[in-house]
Design a protein around this ligand. Sequence first.
Ligand code: 4AD
Length: 467
Amino acid sequence: QFTTSSRWRSALLPRTIRQILDAAPETASTTEITVNGWIKSVRRQKAVAFAQLSDGTDLNSRGLQIVFGKPEMAEGLDLGTSVSLVGAIVKSPSKGQSYEFAATSVKILGTCIPEEYPIQKKAHTTEYLREHANFRPRTDEIARMLRLRHAAKRAFEDYYEVNGFTSIQAPVITNNDCEGGGEVFRVLPDQNDPGDGESKESSHFFGNPAYLTVSSQLHLEAFASAFSRVYTLQPAFRAERSHTNRHLSEFWMLEAEMAFVNDLSVIMDVVEASIKHVIRDTAFQETLASDSQRAQLDSMASVPWKRITYTEAVEALRQGLGVDAFEWGQNISVEQERWLADNVGGGQPLFVTNYPTNQKPFYMRVNTDESDTTGSTVACFDLLVPRVGELVGGSLREERVDYLEAALNKHGLPADQYEWYTELRRFGTTPHGGFGLGFERFISWVGGWENVRECIPAPRWKGRCVL
Ligand code: 4AD
């Protein structure tokens, strides 16, 4: 019979705390088991001692309560010590938990010098914990973030699987700057590399300049031109110089690309449905901090999200912030994005569509239909969410070769560098489109973290790349 606990059982590995707790109703008192983990806290009393043990698999990080029949058994069990305990799982008389572990023997695997251990019992600042990113996963908040990331990734993948997308891994080293933003990192061999004697010119390693990808989109377009619907969740790199709470030098982006779609609203439908799918996912919900967080996200998932054009957003900003506050063609600032989500979106996510052509990258499809015959806007959208601002950017892609060549030219981009991309329009082009969702911004939004640096296992920003 398939039970929750059998899902977690593996004959190959020692059982985790989660597996032990899942199986507790069947095994309590009767079976001698081993439990492994790190000590989170110890309380010594006259006749007994208690410890909280965590191995990261327990959902709330509080861990398993360990009871030692004699206080001496807890000798040397300082915060952070790794241990292997033998004993039995028993019903707990204490409040807040159904089971605890009665230890009969203790083996210390790794001591942890209390005075030197960077993680102490007190609360640490986020800045301090970023300095100790190797130990940060042992703290409750970062552990929760990692679990939430894991669950969100699985739920997104589930959505794309069910909807017929193929996952494809795009290259990390590329020959172009997809966004044309000039924020690419160049890839070069180390200057101490001996070379092959032919050329010490490191820029010639690949025969042409190479960069870390800023977005997998252009490659996904090639794959969508063969597989119809593709997606990826992989890192992107940007030499972003400003220090903000929503930019990293290395971040993860969930990108999808769909062929045979000529309607921008279909792309927005997929964005909205996939995010709502994640928000409603049970395993994802389990990783949220509180019922109020759950209720807030539930309310977001139960209403349709508003969609307005850039021109309507300009009107709203002029009315809300003063007539002179905004000119058509101006960039919407982060503060204005948040203002729009709060005031026009009613505190829910808000799609803003059809931005001025001049503000957007070369690949977006120019609007040439009755909605705008001047070519001054492109068929694109940003999804703005409360507190964070822009979470997703997407568009229809320019599938008409003459328009695309004109756009490359206008942006001053070398045609030969984009030849493989332009060729896709010459050989079986289709109307198509897609989007990119910033994964850390998503985590920051749904999980309630202020800064994306707390939403990735090992954050990198200008001035910092350790661990
Ligand atoms: O709006 P962006 O630049 O769009 C693209 O790169 C498209 N090529 C994606 C596509 O259509 N396939 O970036 C998409 C999202 C942003 O909305 C934001 O959430 C996130 O990626 N993002 C960043 N997140 C963290 N740090 C950074 N430096 C980011 N830059 C963008």
